[in-house]
Design a protein around this ligand. Structure first.
Ligand code: HEC
Ligand code: HEC
Length: 311
């Protein structure tokens, strides 16, 4: 298919062999039971805590929802189609089903909610936050066009199932005390470059060199075994109201997670250049942006927001 031959042959062999060798010895996990940030694709298929195989979980109604939440997390188009407006999964961004160090991990995340959210200017519950992920990252904007997804609410059963999975991942961690692995997908403040100084051409050249073998020159993702990187732009990608549509937020993901074959190899500047390029490409419009940042200032890297505030 669109896979590059050098990748499928040589690199894929290197990826697959260690999978068998490293299969989940607990002492190879990072704090929080997370897949270490430094491993490459050999651990891309590992799920340290998998509710489908965890025999301690039992068969209660809650256990069933935890399992369903996990299944939605890795396959929203298949398991939550009415709220999925693009080709992304939660696990495309929250790597290893939310269990990878510096892969936007969600272990213990439930303990941080309710939390004040600047974008929405109010306190959010975990379920509110998950609704935001559907609306923005999964582009469920309720437009009801052909193929358009409906608007989820905090009481939607799919949202509650995801909440059950994330809460299960958070059991045993105290409320209100941030864990060390939360919020680490960031570019250090002193390394942030002014958005106006970033150059899409520079980012594109880096993208073609470092990313296109897995994500495609068209940004739509290439299959790697049964895994497929999600679309980085275009109608099947996140919309312009998503966290990933912010230049520094996406740069923080890229800086620590990508290229998947060599995570951490990009400089802070390279990650920002690539992020800027990706976020200058076309993507779906979030129709409710005017309601965001109503009480807080629009952050400098929220490039899709500046025009409505200038009106
Ligand atoms: C070796 C293959 C590989 C390379 C090279 C690679 N990626 Fe990825 N990337 C993936 C895979 C696979 C996923 C999905 C992970 C999953 O679902 O477990 C992914 C996910 C992502 C995501 C999450 C959103 C989405 O659309 O899936 C972003 C953003 C991303 N990659 C950006 C980049 C950037 C930028 C580069 C270049 C610096 C890069 N990647 C290089 C394999 C790769
Ligand atoms: C395009 C990438 C992307 C996708 C897809 C995505 N997220 Fe996220 N998610 C993020 C980013 C980035 C953040 C960090 C906060 C921010 O700045 O928006 C985040 C934050 C979160 C948080 C808050 C974590 C915390 O510690 O505060 C939760 C919970 C969450 N996502 C759940 C989900 C669920 C459930 C799905 C699928 C329905 C999903 N996400 C899909 C990128 C993504």
């Amino acid at each position: 298919m669109r896979q590059r031959s050098f990748f499928t042959a040589a690199v894929f062999a290197a990826i697959m062999v260690p999978t068998a060798l490293t299969a989940q010895e607990p002492d190879t996990l990072a704090p929080g039971g997370l897949i270490p940030a430094t491993t490459t694709m050999e651990t891309a298929w590992d799920i340290p805590r998998n509710p489908l195989t965890d025999t301690t979980l039992g068969s209660s109604p809650l256990a069933a929802e935890i399992r369903r939440g996990f299944e939605i997390f890795i396959d929203p188009a298949g398991k939550a189609p009415r709220y999925t407006g693009n080709a992304l999964t939660c696990g495309n961004c929250h790597l290893n089903a939310g269990q990878r160090e510096r892969g936007l991990p969600l272990v213990a995340a439930a303990t941080a909610f309710p939390e004040y959210n600047k974008r929405q200017g109010r306190i959010l519950s975990l379920e509110d936050r998950i609704v935001g992920c559907f609306l923005r990252s999964l582009n469920a904007t309720g437009t009801r066009r052909r193929g358009g997804a409906q608007l989820p609410t905090p009481a939607s059963s799919e949202v509650l199932a995801l909440s059950a999975y994330i809460t299960w991942l958070s059991a045993g961690y105290p409320l209100g005390r941030d864990v060390e692995w939360r919020g680490r997908n960031v570019i250090p403040r002193g390394k942030l470059l002014p958005v106006a100084s970033l150059d899409a051409g520079t980012g594109k050249a880096l993208y073609l060199d470092r990313c296109a073998n897995c994500h495609g020159e068209d940004g739509q993702g290439v299959a790697i075994g049964d895994k497929k990187a999600g679309p980085l732009w275009g109608p099947r990608s996140w919309n312009d109201g998503a966290g990933a549509a912010r230049v520094y937020t996406l740069a923080g993901m890229i800086r620590h997670d990508m290229p998947y074959i060599d995570p951490g190899s990009l400089s802070d500047e390279e990650a920002q250049q690539i992020s800027f390029f990706i976020n200058t490409m076309p993507r779906p419009v979030f129709p409710y942006k005017a309601k965001d940042f109503a009480t807080e200032a629009i952050p400098a890297d929220a490039i899709y927001y500046t025009s409505h505030r200038r009106k």
